[in-house]
Design a protein around this ligand. Structure first.
Ligand SMILES: [Cu+2]
Length: 333
């Protein structure tokens, strides 16, 4: 379908404002997982704090924020699930005092975690509010015209224009979406990516579910990363650990979108997890404490903590750890 012209007012209206930090934070608190003070001698950026409110998103809110979109019934009885994603330029404070000219979907990095059920019909309206052409390329099974790459379907979406991607939610698993315009590494590394979960028809066991998108930032344009994190802000889960309950099933949706480094990894202290590559099977491939991911690879981790206390997680590449990619689970009774 043709790209449709879009005025500034329409574009503003197309950007959802309902996932603000305050709302997400209050639902976070409603789970009884309030703040835990950190700063007890572990590695951190030296002094100062990132202003999450000024950034417009909080990595603690992103952890448990799932966007189910808006649903309706199609004539054939299937569920149609719809979202609007808008690309825009955004200044993000990545570490105390370190500002980065980012590009983001819906004002946050990673973009919203879209969540659907296997077999539903999905419709995503994409509005480009940036100054460069962008797309959304979804992983999954879909027609070529819906692939969100230049030269296919609507191809590149020009600034101020919009398009619609529509396809079936297949296969069940953990996927991702990202811009696919060249230079690709830059369009991705600027922040245009997010996670996309397709729940199986027979749901997974109830769990405390978390999303971590492992990423990094090239703050001096040398095509190498100066900062590493899960969900953008380095040491966010170290300064304030993630509270989980002892013996409760924790399910972590782990995605690697890191540019400029060949691999990334996740290592957990004091515990092991079952690993489900791409989340496409309910049978774990491994019981382990470390998983290594190439860019675009992702998997589901399931664990229960038998001991209360503070347990570290981090990339097992020490360089990444020391530059931000580490945090703690605070296991409580
Ligand atoms: Cu782009």
């Amino acid at each position: 379908m043709p790209a449709i012209g879009l005025g500034a007012t329409a574009l503003h209206a197309a950007i959802p404002h309902s996932h603000g930090t305050a709302e997400a934070q209050s639902s976070h608190d409603a789970h009884g997982r309030g703040e835990t003070s950190g700063h007890d001698g572990h590695a951190s950026f030296r002094g100062g704090e990132v202003d999450h409110r000024a950034n417009g998103f909080d990595p603690h809110a992103i952890l448990r924020d799932f966007d189910y979109g808006k649903t309706s019934k199609l004539p054939d009885g299937r569920t149609l699930r719809e979202w609007t994603l808008a690309a825009a330029e955004l200044e993000v404070e990545l570490a105390p005092g370190v500002k980065f000219a980012a590009w983001a979907y819906n004002g946050r990095i990673p973009g919203p975690t879209l969540r659907a059920k296997e077999g539903e019909r999905l419709r995503i309206t994409f509005a480009n509010g940036g100054r460069h052409p962008h797309t959304i390329h979804f992983h999954g099974i879909h027609p070529a015209a819906m692939d969100g790459v230049p030269g296919l379907g609507d191809g590149e979406v020009a600034p101020g224009e919009q398009t619609v991607y529509e396809f079936d939610a297949l296969p069940a698993g953990l996927h991702l979406y990202h811009c696919h315009v060249r230079p690709l590494a830059e369009h991705i590394a600027k922040g245009l990516y997010g996670t996309f979960i397709i729940d199986p028809k027979k749901p997974r066991e109830r769990a405390d579910e978390l999303v971590m998108v492992m990423n990094g930032f090239d703050t001096n344009f040398d095509r190498a990363n100066e900062l590493y994190a899960a969900n953008t802000i380095g040491f966010a889960y170290s300064d304030k650990p993630i509270r989980v309950e002892r013996n409760e099933l924790v399910r972590l949706y782990l995605v690697n979108v890191l540019e400029y480094d060949l691999i990334n990894s996740f290592h957990l202290h004091g515990n092991f997890f079952e690993y489900f590559p791409t989340g496409t099977s309910k049978r774990p491939s491994e019981l382990t404490d470390t998983v290594m991911l190439c860019q675009g690879q992702r998997g589901i981790l399931e664990m229960r903590f038998p001991h209360s206390g503070r347990f570290m997680f981090h990339a097992h590449q020490s360089e990444f750890t020391e530059l931000g990619w580490m945090g703690f689970f605070e296991v409580v009774d």
